[in-house]
Ligand binder design. Structure first.
Ligand SMILES: Nc1nc2c(ncn2[C@@H]2O[C@H](COP(=O)(O)OP(=O)(O)O)[C@@H](O)[C@H]2O)c(=O)[nH]1
Ligand SMILES: [Mg+2]
Length: 252
């Protein structure tokens, strides 16, 4: 199992590096990694397909169950590439690896409004995110299959209450009809943009005040030292052509 996990991890790193090369060529300002989580069969893959299909770019498909799709949008005059990862079935065995969450700035946590159990499991997914993802990750709860309102098993009120308690954004949506899919993804991208911009500012300020102990380039990895708040950041200044493989966001 450990060897398998390592293989998955290495493959993920390779993917991200390839994608990074592509984005440099395409003049992308930011890449935001978003993970999609939730129980099996709630519609994660369909939601992803619905959002990315217009400007679909099938970056990679894996034989070992790791993949992401991308779509580039313009937000605040910036080219932002949403790199959205799909569990591709790993959730069935509760075997989503921590590498899946690494560097994610956002998460779509999906349940099925016609299946109560998938909503009851949402708390577990929140724990999973808290355990493996960055503290500042933006999480959006999605009640999918809103087109099946006649078979509803989870009230909107219950979901709103849970989302408020947990500090999550919330939307019902339908991958089938497309209702709210675009708006949900655009909202999470805007929220991430807000978080990243704030962090970039903090980082800039810290650099001006603290000098070079804040950012340290070590081999091909960026280590962020100094204050705890800095350690959460996934946003880094673009450093000439230093190859960096564990940073998802570039600021020009
Ligand atoms: N009615 C309806 N069915 C959906 C919707 N989204 C997904 N499904 C169906 O739910 C099943 C599981 O979808 P899938 O995307 O594979 O779920 P995943 O396991 O979470 O990735 C499939 O049969 C889909 O056709 C939706 O919005 N409405
Ligand atoms: Mg799936």
């Amino acid at each position: 199992m450990q060897a398998e996990e390592k293989r998955v991890e290495e493959e993920m790193m390779g993917r991200e590096e390839e994608d990074w090369e592509a984005e440099r060529a395409a003049e992308i300002d930011y890449v935001f990694k978003i993970v999609v989580v939730g129980d099996s069969a709630v519609g994660k893959t369909q939601l992803l397909g619905r959002f990315t299909k217009d400007e679909f770019c099938f970056d990679s498909k894996s034989t070992i169950g790791v993949e992401f799709q991308t779509r580039t949008i313009t937000l605040n005059h910036k080219r932002i590439k949403a790199q959205i990862w799909d569990t591709a079935g790993q959730e069935r065995y509760r075997a989503v690896t921590s590498a899946y969450y690494r560097g994610a700035l956002g998460a779509m946590l999906v349940y099925d409004i016609t299946n109560r159990q998938t909503f009851d499991h949402v708390a577990r997914w929140v724990e999973e995110l808290r355990a493996h993802a960055d503290n500042s990750i933006v999480v959006m709860l999605i009640g999918n299959k809103a087109d099946l309102a006649g078979r509803r098993a989870v009230s909107t009120e219950d979901a709103v209450e849970f989302a408020e308690e947990q500090g999550l954004f919330f939307s019902e949506a339908s991958a089938l009809s497309g209702e709210n899919v675009e708006s949900a993804f655009l909202s999470i991208l805007e929220e991430i943009y807000g978080v990243v911009s704030r962090k970039a500012l903090e980082l800039d300020e810290a650099r001006r005040n603290g000098g070079n102990d804040v950012l340290m380039l070590k081999g091909n990895k960026v280590s962020v030292l100094s204050e705890a708040s800095m350690m959460e950041t996934s946003a880094m200044k673009k450093e000439h052509s230093v190859p960096v493989c564990d940073v998802d966001v570039w600021i020009k």
